[in-house]
Design a protein around this ligand. Structure first.
Ligand SMILES: [Fe+2]
Ligand SMILES: [Fe+2]
Length: 279
């Protein structure tokens, strides 16, 4: 990797804030949080059903996604001790994050089976097709891994909220509420880290962040067969548009510094120009 790396103390502070906002007592689990016996796919429209299958695939790809952070921030002898300490602190977050995303995958799989959408074995086979494909983010600056996740977490959070607002099936509504709250916390962590990068390194991280937005693809967009057709189809049910997250990235940049440099001003202008929302 190239580009500046946040000091370990900064990462540790962000991890502490995340953990403080995520106490175990306020957590939830697949086994007890939902009334699975009441799940009923008969109350979902064809489009809603399609949306559930789509988001299950996305959430289920967690091993590939988690692996990217593990590969680029290794916690072994391949890095200098200083970098190791940074990566070790970050790992406290990544493992918790991975656990929560894995719980999302389990909740959606459990929903599909309980609601009668599919059988467990058929679902496993379907998920394996995408799960086995390699997923990579062609990013090289440390800050990019957080800017990417910032957009992706916010986009997912917003989509779950939109979907929850249109469906009437109560069990899925509860599942989506839980998921969107978790994604909101994940977004907050990523926003905290990106803010710290902007404060510590200013203009040096502007171009790397611009690159993330310029080449942004949601996870699986490049590997899943029929992804774009599917994404458009589910957008008919509820708004699904990752550029909706860009205004939140702009806010993060605005708040990170008191007075924006010319390059930072240009960056926020560029991000605003990439959104498909009306100005
Ligand atoms: Fe998730
Ligand atoms: Fe998330």
């Amino acid at each position: 990797m190239t580009g500046p790396l946040l000091p370990a103390t900064q990462v540790a502070d962000a991890v502490d804030s995340f953990m403080a906002a995520s106490p175990a007592a306020r957590g939830w689990d697949v086994e007890t949080a939902f009334d699975w016996a009441a799940a009923d796919a008969g109350r979902l429209s064809e489009g809603e059903l399609s949306a559930v299958r789509f988001i299950t695939l996305i959430e289920d790809h967690l091993p590939g996604y988690f692996d990217i952070y593990h590969r680029h921030f290794p916690v072994d002898g391949s890095v200098d001790p200083k970098i190791f300490v940074h990566n070790r602190e970050l790992y406290h977050f990544t493992t918790r994050w991975a656990y929560e995303e894995d719980t999302h995958a389990r909740a959606l799989c459990r929903y599909q089976v309980a609601a009668g959408i599919t059988s467990r074995e058929a679902l496993w086979d379907e998920l394996a097709v995408e799960g086995q494909k390699e997923f990579d983010l062609r990013l090289e600056h440390p800050v990019q891994f957080f800017a990417y996740a910032l957009v992706q977490e916010k986009a997912t959070q917003m989509y779950y909220q939109h979907l929850r607002d249109v469906i009437t099936e109560p069990v899925l509504k509860t599942v989506l509420t839980r998921l969107s709250r978790d994604e909101a916390r994940h977004f907050t962590f990523m926003a905290d880290i990106v803010t710290r990068y902007l404060r510590a390194y200013g203009d040096a991280v502007v171009e790397p962040i611009r690159e993330v937005v310029a080449g942004f693809r949601m996870p699986l967009a490049d590997t899943m067969r029929g992804y774009w057709r599917w994404a458009l189809k589910i957008a008919d049910v509820a708004r699904y548009d990752h550029t909706e997250a860009y205004e939140h990235l702009i806010k993060v940049i605005d708040r990170a510094v008191d007075t924006k440099s010319d390059r930072q001003t240009e960056l926020t202008r560029f991000i605003a120009s990439c959104t498909s929302l009306p100005a």
